[in-house]
Design a binder for this molecule. Structure first.
Ligand SMILES: Nc1ncnc2c1ncn2[C@@H]1O[C@H](COP(=O)(O)OP(=O)(O)OP(=O)(O)O)[C@@H](O)[C@H]1O
Ligand SMILES: [Mg+2]
Length: 194
């Protein structure tokens, strides 16, 4: 067997509200360029689209970043020339269907909601972003997690109930591959500060 690879750089932060989640996205955007891939994992309403909206703002994209549920993937041109491709893989049947979208991974920043397990072999480097909803302040045991409110993605539910509830999310960022070697992840104690 080969030697164990060094552990992937990883960091966790508690994000108190949706505004702070957007801010985290803006900070992440500062690291991102063409060819970068982020895979967002978290239950319905976790804040994946909210984070992506912040990334879009940080990249100065044109057009509102919203839940792309009905289009699977939406490309937002940006002032810098590097577009943001926002994918919602919730309804994709598998990696083959993602492949069929023929995304421009090399020329874009690609953010995939519900992408875990669908992107094997697509890129040699990517950022895994896991968002969960700890109960109580400061994070807690995942067994204590809130049950899913509904079986449909936020865009389908059409209810604004969750929008009213700002509550902390725990965000864990793990960097994979050579692209991220030695790169400091922007999750520090200042996260959420304005
Ligand atoms: N700390 C927080 N971070 C992010 N969003 C929060 C937070 N607290 C409350 N919210 C609310 O939770 C909701 C998150 O919705 P969002 O569409 O971003 O989730 P999602 O993970 O993309 O869901 P889906 O799986 O349906 O696509 C928003 O209504 C947002 O205002
Ligand atoms: Mg979403």
């Amino acid at each position: 067997m080969t030697e164990a690879a060094p552990p992937a750089p990883s960091a966790t932060v508690v994000v108190p509200d949706s505004e702070a989640m957007e801010q985290l996205g803006r900070r992440l955007a500062g690291l991102l360029g063409a060819g970068d891939l982020l895979v967002l994992t978290g239950p319905l309403g976790a804040g994946k689209t909210t984070l992506t909206r912040g990334i879009g703002a940080g990249l100065h994209v044109r057009g509102q970043v919203a839940s792309p549920t009905f289009v699977l993937a939406r490309t937002h041109p940006s002032e810098s020339g590097v577009p943001l491709v926002h994918v919602d893989a919730y309804r994709l049947g598998g990696a083959g269907e993602l492949d069929d979208l023929d995304l421009d991974f090399d020329g874009s920043v690609v953010v995939v909601e519900w992408g875990a397990g669908l992107l094997d072999g697509v890129a040699d480097s990517w950022l895994d972003v896991v968002i969960d909803r700890p109960r109580g302040a400061g994070g807690a045991d995942p067994a204590d997690e809130a049950p899913a409110v509904d079986e449909a993605p936020a865009a389908d539910r059409g209810d604004d109930l969750l929008d009213a509830l700002d509550e902390p999310r725990r965000v864990t960022l793990t960097a994979h591959g050579p692209r991220w070697a030695g790169v400091e992840l922007p999750l520090g104690p200042s996260s959420g500060a304005s």
